[in-house]
Design a protein around this ligand. Structure first.
Ligand SMILES: [Zn+2]
Length: 261
């Protein structure tokens, strides 16, 4: 077997040499944001990081096979968990720190000649910081075009999840059953409780939910209907959406009017 770079995953920065990266001449950078936080008695704390890393690896690989030039950065494993501090080891940096990290990464991309950056978010606690950081980046000199995504499900996708949950439910359990089945405690699958609001109209507002009150055991919803097949189908469909975005971003040259005609 030859010992050249063609054996490596083209576009995965951690596996490339500096010469590989120069020759690859990336057009778009992809930055995954994970998290390390409790995910109930059945899933590991690294769940968000494993999921978003897998999604990005598949999406970037597919995009580059379709002639995109997308470069995948390592996943950030510690992000915002201000509302989960009542649980042990909900690893976190503050909103301002996370915004600064996002903006510093965007600055570094620009300095390395990158004009388009996609942040792929794998953790619900990061929405506000990402939105605010995009505002800070936009329209500034010496900053690339930046966007962030969460779930890029292609049109027509049939969601196999029977019991939606926003934390450590059927969807996340299914994905982990596919990605790292060795880390899922299948004997601990259950229907986990959600905290009930005493002020129902708050459902129509934005407020930061204290996680220990909303998901008292750090997981919510039915997980016994989870399966590896569901996790594979969800992850691959999201990766397809991401791949399409990366192909389009790679094809359209950067200009002062980007991304408009
Ligand atoms: Zn999660």
């Amino acid at each position: 077997m030859s010992n050249d770079a063609s054996a490596a995953f083209l576009g995965l920065l951690e596996e490339m040499t500096v010469d590989d990266v120069r020759a690859f001449n990336p057009e778009v950078v992809v930055v995954p944001l994970g998290s390390t936080e409790p995910h109930g008695p059945h899933l590991p704390l690294g769940t968000d990081t494993y999921q978003v890393t897998q999604l990005c690896r598949i999406g970037v690989k597919e995009a580059n096979e379709r002639d995109a030039r997308a470069l995948l950065y390592p996943t950030l494993p510690i992000t915002n968990n201000a509302n989960a501090r009542a649980f042990p080891f909900a690893l976190r940096v503050g909103v301002r720190t996370l915004m600064s990290m996002i903006m510093d990464i965007a600055t570094q991309c620009w300095e390395d000649g990158i004009k388009k950056v996609v942040f792929v978010n794998g953790h619900g606690g990061n929405f506000g910081a990402l939105d605010a950081a995009m505002r800070e980046i936009s329209g500034k000199d010496n900053m690339p075009f930046a966007c962030w995504t969460w779930n890029m499900i292609p049109d027509g996708f049939q969601d196999p999840i029977e019991h939606p949950s926003d934390h450590a439910g059927e969807s996340e359990t299914s994905k982990m059953m596919w990605i790292r089945p060795d880390l899922v405690r299948t004997d601990k699958l259950d229907d986990n409780p959600f905290g009930k609001l005493r002020v129902p109209s708050l459902n129509q507002t934005n407020f930061v939910r204290p996680w220990h009150l909303y998901v008292p055991i750090s997981a919510g919803g039915e997980t016994r209907t989870s399966s590896s097949d569901k996790g594979e189908s969800l992850t691959k469909s999201q990766a397809k959406g991401l791949a399409q975005l990366l192909v389009e971003l790679s094809q359209v040259p950067y200009s002062e009017r980007f991304p408009y005609e």
